[in-house]
Structure formats: structure tokens, C-alpha cells
Design a protein around this ligand. Structure first.
Ligand SMILES: C[S@@+](CC[C@H](N)C(=O)[O-])C[C@H]1O[C@@H](n2cnc3c(N)ncnc32)[C@H](O)[C@@H]1O
Length: 209
């Protein structure tokens, strides 16, 4: 399966996530980014076109060399400096309180230990900084959840470890963040796709006190 994960999955991910239907969601996820930004699971750089002015730099965490190569043209087209600073969101090579914002889109489903990654996000965020997320995950509808549980073992094998049943808002709250904005719902599409399309988008800040 190594060749599949290294040579095929990054292309499949790029093809499935670059659709225009996601553009307004990416716009919203990126709208409040500013200063020094850490992006977890940078992928092929699909968020770059949605980044507002005011970002000083983007530090990218991305394990896949192919995804990083696929992002080359998008990186070349932006004026914001983008540097690949690491391979794993569970261990970010940065000092405490380095970033004004952390961005994650469709990545927490894949990180093996999301709580560990969230504790890294807490550590590297500056006081007043925020985590912005756009993630698919556990649906509220019982029948959809049943299909998510059925499909998850196959999804994990074919889609680079992607889970269908993670509830990111729950995980974020359990990791001592307060969620300040949250929008949830199914992306448009046939009912059959619902196990894959329930999304949570929002902003979270480190809980104080
Ligand atoms: C479904 S893709 C999303 C890519 C991009 N964020 C987007 O919205 O198009 C998930 C990304 O997370 C990356 N990833 C997997 N494990 C990771 C980890 N432990 N830390 C950081 N990123 C990881 C994958 O290589 C992949 O590029």
C-alpha cells in the first residue's frame, strides 16, 4: 500500500478537494487569517488562493513529498512566503506561542492522534491566536452514522488513513479550546455521499481560566 499512499492518494485528494463547491467554505475558513500562520496538512496548497492580505508567512506541515510538489505552482503564484516546516502535526518543530493562527482543512480526519496534534496547536498559538478549521466528520443522522462506521475501515485504507467518524468540535472542546464560531452541515450532493460530506467549520481559541 505504500506506493498507493505515496503516489496515488495525494493526486486523488487534490482532485476530490479542488472543486468550486468548496471555494466558499475555504474562503470562510481563511478569511480571518493574519500574521504568522501554521497550516496543518498543507496538501497541494488549495487554500492559498483563498488567503486574505495580512498574512505575513505560512509555515506548512505536510508529510507527503508528492503533495508538496503538487503545490509548487500555487506557491509560486502567491506573494506570501510559504515554507515547509515539518512532516507531522503531532510534533510541530516550533517554539511555544509562535503563531497568530493555525489553519486545518480536511486534515484532522487523517492525523493518527488528533488530540496530540491539538495539544501542539495549543502550544504554538500566541495568546489571542485562533485555530480555524474546516473538516468533515461524524454526522448527526443515525443512518448516515451507520454508513460512516461501515465505510470507515475501507476509507482508512484507500484514503491515507482518513476517518469518517471523528467529531472535531468535540475533540477541540476536549482539548481545552472554546469554539467561538461553528457552522455545520452536509455539502451539496447526492444522499449517497453523505457519509463523506458532513462538515464542521469554525474558529476556536485556547480556553483560559
Ligand atoms: C485530505 S488532505 C487535505 C489537504 C488540504 N488541507 C486541503 O484542504 O486540500 C489531508 C492532508 O493531511 C496530510 N497529513 C496526513 N497525516 C498528517 C499529519 N500527521 N500531520 C500533518 N498532516 C498530515 C496529508 O498528507 C494530506 O495532505
Amino acid at each position: 500500500m505504500r506506493w498507493w499512499e505515496e503516489r496515488v492518494v495525494p493526486r486523488l485528494v487534490q482532485a476530490s478537494l479542488r472543486g468550486e463547491e468548496l471555494a466558499p467554505h475555504r474562503d470562510r475558513a481563511c478569511a480571518q487569517l493574519s500574521g504568522a500562520v501554521l497550516e496543518l496538512g498543507f496538501g497541494s496548497g488549495l487554500n492559498l488562493a483563498h488567503c486574505p492580505p495580512g498574512i505575513v508567512r505560512i509555515d506548512a506541515v505536510e508529510p507527503s513529498d508528492l503533495a508538496w510538489r503538487l503545490s509548487q505552482d500555487r506557491r509560486a503564484a502567491t506573494s506570501v512566503p510559504v515554507t515547509r516546516v515539518g512532516l507531522d502535526g503531532q510534533r510541530v518543530d516550533a517554539d511555544d506561542a509562535t503563531y497568530d493562527a493555525v489553519l486545518s482543512t480536511f486534515t484532522f480526519c487523517t492525523i493518527p492522534d488528533p488530540m496530540r496534534a491539538l495539544s501542539e496547536v495549543r502550544r504554538v498559538l500566541r495568546p489571542g491566536g485562533a485555530l480555524f478549521f474546516l473538516e468533515h466528520g461524524l454526522a448527526p443522522t443515525a443512518t448516515v452514522r451507520r454508513w460512516q462506521r461501515r465505510c470507515e475501515p475501507v476509507q482508512r485504507r484507500v484514503a491515507g488513513g482518513c476517518h469518517l467518524t471523528r467529531d472535531l468540535p468535540d475533540l477541540v472542546t476536549a482539548a481545552d479550546f472554546d469554539i467561538t464560531d461553528l457552522e455545520q452541515g452536509y455539502l451539496p450532493g447526492p444522499r449517497l455521499t453523505r457519509p463523506f460530506t458532513y462538515c464542521s467549520a469554525g474558529r476556536a481559541v485556547v480556553r483560559t481560566g
